[in-house]
Ligand binder design. Structure first.
Ligand SMILES: [Zn+2]
Length: 337
């Protein structure tokens, strides 16, 4: 089986791959309330594969070598994590240590001050567990039908679309209202039932940093830097998180866009990441890391859960080269307008 994976890699050669994960939990989280975390066994197999057949480098090494114009092969892989879940320390860190992998972690600093979970957690849980037939977000003309499971699913799609396209202050305002859709006791119960979404404390982030994890910014409150956010809002997100990480960790060189896909990263955001002093900006879109790159819109791949798909992702960046290059060109044009 493994031989087949390696042969696949030889057919399509491409540059290094920057992977991103969110969390690692004992069992795969299939529930709607908690998505996007790998199981311990899936993650362990992936790190074992990388340590055997690839060369895992830190983001700093990638940055230094690309600054120096060094050539990369398709063997180099950078491992990154977004958001900053507690399970990164409890479940991912021991596996990474076992295989000698030094990852980067991008954190949304406000959540480390308050311990409050991310907006999408509140949205998913509130819609799922409300016993009302209809809920709404006042002031934004948003009404959601929650009278059946089917309607809740449709409403969740619409609510997520609203949360991902509105200004960051409006998202925070909406979260305060969404919290009222469930009684306080239910939120306490869900916090215990859904540990995957628990946030690291600053002390724990420092513990990871001390063990070789590189800490970078993922905005102050996980704001999505789409064109609905003006430059002042973007600067606040970039600068506040940078200051806090500098203060607690002592450095903050890299930035990863929350929800960093095409359509969710504005031209001004890309410019502001550079102006704020970050050395790299990482997207969440596939692409090939070869030749001349926009350092503030680097391609990055979400690590798939299944091993066969994971191995394909490591070797097929070239297929996305043209698509990513188009995105970079368009963003630069928009940014300078
Ligand atoms: Zn994120």
């Amino acid at each position: 089986m493994q031989k087949k994976w390696i042969d696949y890699g030889r057919r399509i050669r491409s540059g290094p791959t920057i992977l991103f994960y969110h969390g690692v939990m004992p069992a795969e989280s299939k529930s709607l309330e908690s998505q996007g975390h790998h199981s311990v066994s899936e993650f362990g197999k992936q790190m074992q594969f990388l340590s055997r057949y690839h060369r895992v480098i830190s983001l700093s090494e990638f940055n230094e070598r690309s600054n120096a114009g060094a050539k990369f092969s398709s063997k180099e892989v950078v491992v990154t994590f977004d958001d900053g879940y507690k399970n990164n320390l409890t479940y991912a860190a021991p596996i990474l240590k076992k295989y000698g992998v030094a990852p980067s972690l991008f954190i949304s600093t406000k959540h480390f001050e308050t311990g409050q979970r991310f907006p999408t957690y509140f949205a998913r849980c509130a819609l799922w567990y409300t016993d009302k037939d209809q809920v709404n977000i006042e002031g934004y003309d948003q009404v959601f039908d929650t009278s059946s499971m089917e309607n809740k699913k449709n409403s969740l799609v619409r609510l997520m679309r609203f949360m991902k396209s509105t200004e960051s202050f409006a998202v925070n305002h909406a979260v305060e209202q969404i919290k009222n859709w469930l009684p306080a006791a239910k939120w306490c119960e869900l916090e215990r039932q859904i540990p995957a979404e628990q946030i690291l404390s600053w002390r724990e982030v420092q513990e990871l940093a001390n063990s070789g994890w590189e800490i970078g910014s993922h905005c102050h409150d996980h704001a999505i830097l789409h064109c609905g956010n003006n430059r002042a809002a973007i600067r606040y997100q970039l600068n506040r998180s940078l200051e806090m990480i500098m203060e607690r960790i002592g450095y903050c060189k890299f930035f990863a866009y929350p929800n960093g896909e095409r359509g969710f990263v504005s031209g001004p955001a890309i410019e502001e990441v550079e102006k704020a002093g970050y050395a790299l900006g990482l997207s969440a879109e596939a692409g090939d890391i070869q030749g001349k790159l926009n350092r503030y819109l680097l391609p990055r791949r979400l690590a798939p859960r299944k091993m066969l798909h994971f191995v394909k992702v490591l070797h097929n960046s070239m297929l996305y080269r043209k698509r990513h290059a188009e995105w970079v060109t368009k963003s630069q044009k928009k940014g300078s307008e």
